[in-house]
Design a protein around this ligand. Structure first.
Ligand code: NAD
Ligand code: UDP
Length: 339
């Protein structure tokens, strides 16, 4: 049985991935400093799967502490989720973002080298396609110009990982470029639990639905899109998590250096998200139209063919599933894990 270290595994995508890996017969170890998550999320992963997860509470930048994870366990592959991810905050606190996101990556690579761990999967983002690439994005496009430090950290980390793989022919690197993960596990026990005011659309909609926020502001309705609002490639977090299992199967079997888009290939507008959430859940979402948000692209969506062709992975859940599962999580956990 292979053992997978999830760096940042207590977070939104990591916790869902832990469930799918455990259900697929992998052993899971989580290392997280809970800067944007909590131990309860891991407890619920154990509850859902009926299996136990070894957890290390530590800062991954701290390579001395991180080394204990590698010395105490035989790790077959690492999935690197650990990062700060709030786009707006990254504009105000760029140094904190560069320090955290780059250093976690370097610490992991150093420990992996020391302990001959040869497989790493990295949580990248569609944001690396930048402003100049046309949609739909394909993996061979050049990385573009990002509009914020968060995006640049992803570009830089991709580069670091590619350089490391070039230098060490035995090191296998898979870069997974996520589109817009939303939704929650169908049990309603784990889901997205943002601290403070949500930056992302779906958690904001869910908090309006549950009465924590008064109204949603839709950022701009004068884009050159079918209904004037921005379009994104929303992907159910459980589909995304299953993509990680396929990527782990692949990297352990084949190795190499690959990039995969993880998206559905179908964009939906902000208005379509709000309408679907209302219809599926029978709840009205109070909303107003406001000005554009700085840095937003009109459209972002994947060509998801490569992941299907090589990993045999494609999304199975619909937008209605995403809206239903988000609400199931939010209504059962109105204050997130603190409920
Ligand atoms: P998240 O914040 O829920 O999870 C990240 C986890 O990493 C958290 O548990 C946090 O406590 C931990 N962490 C951060 N810095 C750490 C450090 N120095 N040491 C130890 N733990 C640390 O975010 P998520 O939505 O699950 O995203 C996971 C990854 O996917 C991130 O790298 C993010 O940038 C990337 N990503 C997310 C999205 C999205 O929309 N959610 C889209 C594209 C890419
Ligand atoms: N959005 C919005 N109101 C909000 C949050 C987001 O209208 O309160 C819009 C945003 O302008 C974008 C889409 O919803 O067009 C998705 O935004 P999110 O931040 O979730 O993802 P990203 O922009 O990073 O793709």
């Amino acid at each position: 049985m292979s053992t997978i270290l999830l760096a940042g595994g207590a977070g939104y995508i990591g916790s869902h991935t832990a469930v799918e890996l455990l259900n697929s017969g992998y052993d899971v170890i989580i290392a997280d400093n809970y800067s944007n998550s909590c131990p309860e999320a891991v407890r619920r992963v154990e509850e859902i799967t009926g299996q136990s997860v070894k957890v290390y509470e530590l800062d991954i930048k701290d390579s001395v502490k991180l080394e204990t994870v590698f010395s105490e366990n035989k790790i077959d592959a690492v999935i690197h989720f650990a990062g700060l991810k709030a786009v707006g905050e990254s504009v105000d606190k760029p140094v904190i973002y560069y320090r955290n996101n780059i250093d976690t990556t370097l610490s992991l690579l150093e420990c992996m080298t020391r302990y001959s761990v040869k497989n790493i999967i990295f949580s990248s983002s569609a944001t690396v396609y930048g402003e100049e690439n046309p949609v739909p994005y394909t993996e061979e496009m050049k990385r573009g110009t990002c509009t914020n430090p968060y995006g640049w950290t992803k570009v830089m980390m991709e580069q670091i990982l590619e350089d490391a793989a070039k230098a060490d022919k035995e090191l296998s690197v898979v870069l997974l470029r996520y589109f817009n993960p939303i939704g929650a596990h169908e049990s309603g026990r784990i889901g997205e639990d943002p601290q403070g005011i949500p930056n992302n659309l779906m958690p904001y909609v869910a908090q309006v639905a549950v009465g924590r926020r008064e109204k949603l502001t839709i950022f701009g309705n004068d884009y050159d899109t079918p209904d004037g609002t921005c379009r994104r490639d929303y992907i159910h977090v459980v589909d995304l998590a299953k993509g990680h299992v396929k990527a782990i199967d692949y990297i352990l079997r084949n190795g190499g250096a690959e990039i995969f888009n993880l998206g559905t290939g179908t964009p939906y507008s902000v208005t379509e998200i709000v309408d679907t959430f209302e219809k599926v859940n029978g709840i009205r979402i109070n909303h107003v139209y406001g000005p554009r948000r700085a840095g937003d692209l009109p459209e972002s969506y994947a060509n998801a063919d490569k992941a299907f062709k090589i990993l045999g992975w494609k999304t199975e859940k619909t937008l209605a599933d995403m809206c239903r599962d988000t609400w199931n999580w939010q209504k059962n956990n109105p204050q997130g894990y603190k409920s």
